[in-house]
Design a protein around this ligand. Structure first.
Ligand SMILES: [Zn+2]
Length: 57
């Protein structure tokens, strides 16, 4: 009777970057991101708050 007390191998959890809408008070998921420069981390907005000026491009 072998007691195989194997601990299951849990893979490292993937890095989960949460980016919610940056609009204060908004709890929507920021599905639309925009960054003026690739060195600058993008900001995220939900569909409603995404600035129109960025939609044109
Ligand atoms: Zn929003």
């Amino acid at each position: 009777m072998s007691d195989t007390d194997q601990t299951p191998t849990h893979p490292a959890p993937p890095i989960h970057l949460e980016h919610w809408c940056c609009e204060p008070g908004c709890t929507e998921w920021g599905s639309l991101g925009h960054s003026p420069h690739k060195a600058i981390p993008p900001r995220w907005w939900c569909f409603r708050h995404f600035p129109d000026e960025y939609k044109r491009r």
